[in-house]
Each structure stands twice: as C-alpha cells, then as structure tokens.
Design a protein around this ligand. Structure first.
Ligand code: HEM
Length: 464
C-alpha cells in the first residue's frame, strides 16, 4: 500500500508544472522569500544605493551576535558593571575583540544610517508610493540613536556616566521655558522627561537598569520589527525607486534574477562589512576610562558624538537647542513626503542639474552663515555678554540655533516661490539643516574644551 502511494506521488511530482516547483523552491529558500524573484538592473547600480541599507542590516546582525556574547559576562549593577566590562576586556578570551566589534558596529550604524537617509533623500526615494517607508525610516533612525545612547551607559565608566548625565539634562531642556514662566513647580515636562529617562534626578542604578532593559530587549526588538516592515515595504513598493525612463517593465531587458546575482552581491557586502568591523576592532580599542565617579565631573563633559550638535545648540539656549529646534527638525523629516509630492523627480540624484545647483548653493550659504555666527559668538560674545540684564526670553528666541532655523525656512520658501517646485524647496531645507548639523557637531567634537569654551585643539586646554 505504502509503495503504491509512493509511486503515485512520484508520478504526480513528475507532472507538476515547472512554475509550481519554482514556487516551492522560493517558499523553502529564505533569501528568495524576502527578495522579489527579479531585480531591476537600475537597482543594481552601485552608485545608486551604495548598498547602504543592506550594510545597515548586516551591522545590526553583527551587533546582535556580539551583544549576545557580551551578555554572558556583563552584570548590569552599579557595583559590578565596570568590573564585568574590565573582565570582558582583560580576562575573557576574545572578549576585547567582541567588545570592540560591538562598539564599532554600533558607531558604524549611526554613520551609515545618516548616509542612507542622505542617499534616500537626494535620490527623491520618498516620492511616489514610498512615503510610508520614509516615515518608518525616520523612526528607525531615532531608534538606532536611542539604542546607541542606551548602550553608552552600560560600561559605567567616567565617559559613560557624564555623557548620559549631559544627555539627561538635554532631556530636561523644557525647564528653561517653564523656569522663565515661573511654572516649573506646578508644571515640569522637562523634569518628567528626565525622570522617565533616568528614573531620578541623577544617574544611578534606576538609570542603569532602564538603559540595560532598553538596550538588550526593547530597542533591538523594535529595530527588528521595523526593519522587517521596512524591507517588506521596499518589495511592496515595487523594488527600489528608479527614474521615469526605467519605469517601463520590459521584463527580460530590465530585470535580472535575484538568485544568484543579488545573492552574491549581498554576500560580498556581508563579508566586506564583517571584515571592516573586525579590522577596526583589531586596530582600535573601544574606550574604557576609570570607574564612574559621580563626585568628580569630567570637564568638558560631552554627550555621545552624534548628540554633540544638539549639545552645542543647548549651550546657546537649553529650550531652543534641546527641544524647539530638534522637534522642528523631526517634524520636517516626517512631513517631507507629504508636503513634496512632485513624483516626477523620483529616482535621480539631486533631481537633475537644477537640484544640484540648489543643493550646492544651500550648502555653501549655510557654511558661511553658521561659521560667521559662530565667529561673532566666539570672538565677541552674544546677547548676555552685550546686555547683562537682558531677559533669558530674548536669548532663547535669538541665538544661532533659532536664527539659522528661521533663515533656512525663509530660504526654502524663497526657492519654492522662485522655482514653483516643492522638491527644490525640500532640497534647500534638507541641505541647510544637514550642513548646519554637521558643522555644529564638528564644533562640539573638536573645538569645545573645559567649560564649553572654544579651543583650536585640546593641546590648548588649561591644565586642571
Ligand atoms: C536601521 C535603519 C535602516 C535600515 C536597516 C534600512 C534598510 C534599508 C534597505 C535594505 C533598503 C533597500 C536597499 C537600499 O536602499 O540600500 C532601504 C530602502 C529605503 N529606506 Fe531604509 N533603512 C534604514 C533606515 C532608513 C532611514 C533613516 C530612512 C529615511 C528616513 C529610510 C528610508 C528608506 C526608503 C524610503 C527606502 C526605499 C528607497 C528606494 O526605493 O530607493 N531608511 N532601507
């Protein structure tokens, strides 16, 4: 009986059309499951995506794998955290490399996520039906930064402690406004945000526990889910964006089988990503200062580098730099695909020559504007130095952060009127804000020393 059934099955299998057996193969093959079977030739051009989205996925994979190994030895209590990290570095075989890889992959993710955002924006890939995926991307950007920030505290060294202390003070930025209005005692959203983040007024065990839970469970799971939806949307939206002239679907000419062309490309990117991270991990150690000491502040105390642009703005005004401008920036990022609907610009870098000109002018203009403001501020001081009795409200309203933001909005509106194009206006605003962010971050990283004073190099810092 069994033998007859087997013979029948073999017969049926022989008769199954090629199409069905291919479907079966796809269902069993993970790679083909998450990719479309065919990929457009335009999507395979290296200078279109630079493989940045895929590299991000692989960096996340490296982080998860190395993170799980670190978890075996790490102890999330203020008494033992530092010691356990020291053990990982000096006692556990291979521990130093694993920790370095985790740290550098995390930094890599922050850099690559910004590069990916820039490529997606400048190729107009939020246009058409991709608005939802852009929004998911912005959330991924925020979660990536938060994930990085939450990991920063875990070694519990001086660097970690004071960076997170600064970060938590930035979270309390709204207090500048409520203090000015005299309502902080009754209404303190800044204090609430800070407490939510670190579980108290100062960084201690509640902060470490929160950051640990966020870092090892909540944020990685969120990234995993969002990444899944993000990849699925790329497929649902018809693959990667491409210019109108490639829109026609002459299947044979314009599409290649994903298996094996895309598979080999992605494998090469995986090997390349792991090799680069491993090489950096072999050459450079992740920092580990002495154990956190709440009684001995670092001077300068700096937040993680990707928040130093915000810290620079906070030094002008806590409310404007820590809350108003970042919130406006996020509103801008989230709303781009809903305000700019000029779908004809999809898929071309800078939307052509006119867009490239607009981008270049916006970048140079911002460079001149921001640097001249910084020059005035550093050389001659700002409102409070000129008028010591001035109300903080004026300083909050008029400082390089708010002035730049207002001028960027005015410039974008002027470009919109002149060109009758929302895409050109979006290019202007994005370029201005991004260039300014880079300049403020660079100043925070390299040119701020003790008491947040300007120095050309750390060699000029006063001996403390
Ligand atoms: C952890 C973060 C992220 C991961 C892992 C990720 C991954 C990817 C991948 C694999 C692709 C397809 C290939 C490629 O474009 O290189 C892609 C495309 C895309 N991503 Fe991301 N992404 C992330 C963050 C972002 C951010 C921050 C944005 C923008 C706000 C964004 C918006 C998009 C859009 C709109 C597409 C479609 C592009 C097109 O059709 O050409 N993603 N992403």
């Amino acid at each position: 009986m069994g033998t007859a059934e087997n013979t029948d099955r073999k017969e049926v299998r022989k008769q199954v059309p090629e199409r069905v057996s291919r479907t079966g193969r796809i269902t069993r093959n993970f790679f083909l499951h998450i990719h479309a079977p065919r990929v457009h030739t335009h999507s395979m051009k290296p200078a279109y995506t630079f493989g940045l989205g895929i590299i991000l996925g692989f960096l996340f994979l490296v982080m998860v794998l190395t993170g799980v190994i670190l978890l075996i030895y790490y102890n999330p209590s203020v008494e033992h955290a530092y010691r356990s990290v020291k053990d990982i570095v000096y006692v556990v075989p291979g521990g130093r490399i694993i920790r370095n890889m985790h740290r550098w992959a995390a930094q890599g993710m922050v850099i690559v996520v910004f590069l990916h955002l820039v490529r997606v924006f400048f190729t107009g890939s939020y246009l058409g039906n991709r608005s939802l995926n852009w929004v998911i991307g912005v959330v991924l950007l925020m979660v990536t930064l938060l994930s990085n920030f939450s990991g920063y505290l875990l070694p519990w060294d001086q660097l970690a402690y004071w960076a997170v202390t600064i970060g938590s003070n930035i979270a309390a930025s709204a207090r500048e406004l409520t203090d000015l209005l005299g309502v902080t005692a009754a209404f303190d959203p800044g204090g609430f945000m800070k407490k939510l983040l670190i579980g108290g007024e100062t960084v201690g065990q509640p902060a470490l526990s929160r950051f640990f839970a966020l870092h090892v469970i909540f944020l990685p799971l969120t990234i995993l889910v969002l990444m899944g939806v993000h990849f699925w949307r790329v497929r649902k939206d018809g693959g990667l964006s491409r210019p109108a002239e490639y829109a026609g679907d002459r299947v044979g000419e314009q599409r290649w089988y994903a298996w094996p062309v895309l598979m080999w490309t992605e494998l090469a990117l995986l090997v390349g990503t792991v090799a680069v991270i491993l090489l950096i991990a072999l050459l450079a150690d992740a920092p580990l200062l002495e154990q956190a000491n709440p009684a001995r502040p670092e001077n300068p105390a700096k937040s993680p580098w990707y928040f130093l642009g915000i810290q620079e703005l906070v030094s002008y005004s806590a409310f404007a730099g820590g809350l108003l401008v970042p919130v406006l920036y996020l509103v801008f990022l989230f709303s781009i695909p809903y305000v700019d609907r000029e779908d004809r610009y999809v898929g071309t870098w800078f939307s052509g020559k006119r867009g490239l000109r607009v981008t270049a002018i916006a970048a140079v203009g911002t460079l001149l504007l921001v640097i001249s403001q910084l020059f005035v501020m550093i050389r001659h001081g700002w409102l409070r130095d000129w008028f010591p009795g001035i109300s903080q409200g004026f300083v909050m309203l008029l400082n390089p952060a708010t002035i730049s933001t207002m001028l960027f909005i005015v410039a974008a509106e002027a470009v919109r009127r002149r060109t009758s194009s929302t895409r050109m206006a979006a290019l202007t605003l994005f370029t201005c804000t991004f260039t300014a962010l880079i300049i403020f971050t660079a100043v925070g990283i390299w040119f701020r020393g003790p008491d947040w004073e300007f120095y050309w190099s750390p060699a000029q810092w006063p001996v403390q």
